[in-house]
Design a protein around this ligand. Structure first.
Ligand code: ATP
Ligand code: MG
Length: 534
């Protein structure tokens, strides 16, 4: 590398990773407002906040979301963690050249260390500090055999002749260790329902009064193609109801909460779509999927390659297709509503009636499906304007089998996840995303004595909840006022020698240029009144 390139490399500007982004003021104010509304609305429905880890065992998502889904198979950020520190270090020490080449009774010393290491590995395997899997079981078995032969050699006085021979010997053991997987496979969460169910089981929440109502907010990670409304780090606000009954009123209430939230944040033009996908049984969804599959086989050559593949892997997903050319064909496919079992049918009509009781408007969409077996009965999606083809701002549904799938007791479950990035985009597009970032008061002060008063004024105003800018160095009044304008301040509080000696402070309303004088105590009252009127 030339010097010039090296210099350039050194000065390289860092950029956020593709698909991730910084959220900056004033936009973050809108994010806070949205999240604050979620806290408030969800609390009125009896939900409590759960804060979850950002990463979990990969297996949690493979199991809960499904190993064949795009989210898990293609889009997950996963990695193998390092081993627990002492094992990580110990394996380095056992197989280090220093030990192997130490001369003398190097072999016996090596075997000692090796045995200590193996015992540690075995206890780690038992306590779950290293993953319990085939590779590790086989590795430990091999190392045990190796230990036995090493001991025999020592017993019969058959020490390897040279340090190199010890090293060769150790290399065989090291290869076994390398074939093991000493760290856990972890993944950045692509969604949070799996974590909520894991936490429900882990904390024995089935012994709390049921149902348990939890909500969360935070970043999710999927390696998708970044575009408007689709990011690799994106944010969700989600809620889950776990345990208790699957009464259709629960489905309706969770949707009512969602629509209340969207209404309170000012989202306009949201449309709620609902469907029932029955349950995983021969006389219900499985029967429908079989019918759908044979219908799809008949039109196979008119479908694109993705849909053709899905006929075998996941026929329901074909209904999800947004491909223009497939739409007329999909329109002719059989509907799941005609294949629901009696119980699912009853549940679906009751859920709709419950929505009507709550005055929640909905549209039925027979193509709304979720590809996973444990999703059942009610599914819903909400779209919002201004988002192009990424127009889903929320997806949700009932998933009665999930907690059990993750090792918990049979538990009813229903929930949703709102795409916060898209919600914000839609609010901004409709002009509902305005934030005012400007200060309430800019303090234009001049002179020592005025500065002391300015500090006091800033403190009192801030305590009263006003945002205040107190310039750190003295400025001419003209400069101060133009600075106040640039910051979008509503008022300039003018404090000079006159004001201090008269004990009358001048407040200039920057939009009108109007000036008024107040004794210090009346200033805050005046500003409070103005604020409550605006
Ligand atoms: P889509 O069909 O748009 O990919 P999805 O079915 O993958 O959505 P869910 O897993 O149901 O989405 O997540 C719920 C919501 O999270 C979506 O409705 C959407 O608003 C949002 N969302 C999902 N993936 C992303 C992403 N990569 N970037 C931004 N928002 C996303
Ligand atoms: Mg997606």
């Amino acid at each position: 590398m030339s010097d010039a390139t090296a210099k350039k490399e050194e000065r390289r500007k860092f950029q956020a990773i593709r698909g991730t982004r910084d959220l900056l003021p004033p936009e973050t104010e809108l994010w806070n407002r949205v999240e604050q509304t979620a806290h408030e609305v969800f609390a009125t429905f009896g939900f409590g906040e759960i804060r979850l880890p950002i990463f979990e065992l990969t297996e949690l998502f493979t199991r809960a979301v499904g190993g064949e889904t795009d989210v898990v198979a293609k889009e997950m950020y996963s990695f193998i963690d390092r081993a627990v520190p002492d094992i990580d270090r110990a394996s380095g020490q056992v197989f280090s050249r220093e030990v192997l080449y130490a001369g003398g009774d190097a072999f016996a010393r090596y075997v000692d260390r090796f045995e200590g290491f193996l015992d540690r590995l075995k206890s780690a395997y038992e306590t779950g500090e290293i993953p319990s899997n085939d590779a590790n079981r086989a590795g430990i078995e091999r190392l045990e055999k190796y230990r036995a032969t090493a001991r025999e050699k020592i017993q019969w006085g058959e020490f390897p002749a040279s340090p190199e021979a010890v090293a060769d010997y150790a290399a065989a053991a090291f290869a076994f260790v390398q074939g093991m997987q000493l760290g856990y496979p972890l993944a950045l969460r692509p969604e949070a329902t799996a974590s909520v169910c894991r936490a429900y089981i882990e904390h024995g929440m089935q012994s709390l009064p049921q149902p348990v109502k939890l909500y969360y907010t935070g970043p999710m990670f999927r390696r998708e193609r970044p575009q408007k409304g689709r990011y690799r780090q994106f944010y969700q606000i989600g809620a889950e109801i776990l345990g208790g009954t699957d009464a259709p009123a629960i489905d309706a209430e969770v949707i009512e909460m969602l629509m209340t939230f969207f209404d309170k944040v000012g989202l306009q033009g949201a449309t709620l779509y609902i469907n029932s996908i029955g349950h995983n049984a021969e006389n219900c969804r499985r029967g429908y999927v079989a019918t759908l599959k044979s219908a799809l086989e008949k039109v196979k050559d008119q479908l694109g390659p993705d849909s053709q593949r899905r006929i075998d892997t996941n026929p329901l997903r074909v209904l999800d297709s947004k491909l223009e050319s497939e739409q007329p064909i999909i329109a002719t496919l059989p509907h799941i509503a005609d294949h629901l079992c009696d119980e699912c049918k009853t549940h679906y009509s009751a859920a709709k009636r419950q929505l009507e009781l709550r005055g929640v408007l909905y549209q039925e969409n027979w193509r709304l499906v979720r590809g996973l077996d444990y999703y059942m009965r009610t599914t819903f999606e909400i779209t919002a304007p201004g988002l192009g083809s990424q127009n889903a701002v929320c997806g949700g549904g009932r998933y009665d089998g999930l907690v059990e799938l993750l090792g918990g007791p049979p538990t009813k479950g229903i929930g949703f996840a709102i795409g916060e990035d898209r919600l914000i985009l839609s609010l901004q597009e409709s002009g509902k995303g305005q934030t005012q970032q400007g200060r309430d008061v800019y303090i234009a002060w001049m002179g020592e004595r005025a500065y002391a008063a300015a500090i006091r004024a800033a403190r009192d105003l801030r305590n009263a909840g006003f945002s205040v800018e107190l310039p750190p160095v003295e400025q001419k009044f003209g400069k101060a006022l133009s600075q106040a304008d640039k910051l979008g301040a509503k008022y300039a509080l003018i404090l000079g020698d006159n004001e201090v000696s008269e004990a009358l402070w001048t407040l200039k309303t920057l939009s009108t240029g109007e000036q008024q004088k107040f004794p210090e105590p009346e200033l805050i009252d005046f500003l409070r009144n103005q604020k409550s009127q605006s």
